[in-house]
Design a protein around this ligand. Structure first.
Ligand code: FES
Length: 181
């Protein structure tokens, strides 16, 4: 066995180099794993997540009618183009009482359409139907339409648009149940 001048064998030197190399590779591989594990703590929400966005003057939503409105997604990227323009349904019930519905069906997300003569929102995909107040009427959806939170500021209707409405603590299950005979 060959020995270096300090009394350390070549094998021991190679072993130390290999261990150091393995350690360096382990650290390099570990960085993204640790970042991933800590991401819920370190990652902030995108700016605009809590944005309130104006849909315009309340005068463009006549009392007793439901109309389509569009807003620009506040968390969109510049490259999103037209896909960042989000439609929603605004229902003016009366006297400043509104409902603002997500356009997406609560079943699988197809855009629902308002039919004023029948007083129903209809989904073209699987026949889901909703009453004027967004509650479920029939079909596969298990709940009513999702609703945005809204407020009226200086005569303009604002919705909390950064967070798309989804089932959560604030989302009400709106299934109309017929009374038992
Ligand atoms: S997506 Fe609307 S009924 Fe299925």
């Amino acid at each position: 066995m060959s020995m270096s001048s300090g009394g350390v064998s070549r094998r021991e030197i190679f072993l130390k180099i290999a261990l150091a190399f393995n350690g360096a590779v382990g650290v390099l591989l570990g960085v993204p794993v640790v970042r991933y594990l800590l991401s819920p703590v370190t990652r902030g929400r995108k700016p605009g997540y809590d944005s309130w966005i104006s849909l315009g003057s309340i005068n463009q939503f006549p009392s007793g009618e439901t109309r389509l409105a569009t807003y620009r997604n506040p968390v969109a990227n510049v490259t999103d183009g037209e896909t960042a323009n989000i439609p929603c349904w605004v229902r003016n019930i009366s006297n400043g009482k509104f409902q603002v519905f997500a356009i997406n069906c609560a079943h699988l997300g197809c855009p629902v359409r308002w039919f004023p003569k029948s007083g129903l929102f209809m989904c073209p995909c699987h026949g889901g139907a909703y009453y004027a107040d967004g509650s479920r009427a029939s079909g596969p959806p298990e709940r009513g339409l999702f609703e945005y939170r809204f407020k009226i500021v200086d005569g303009n209707l604002h919705i909390q648009a950064g967070e798309m409405p989804t089932p959560g603590p604030s989302a009400l299950i709106q299934i109309k149940r017929l009374p038992c005979a």
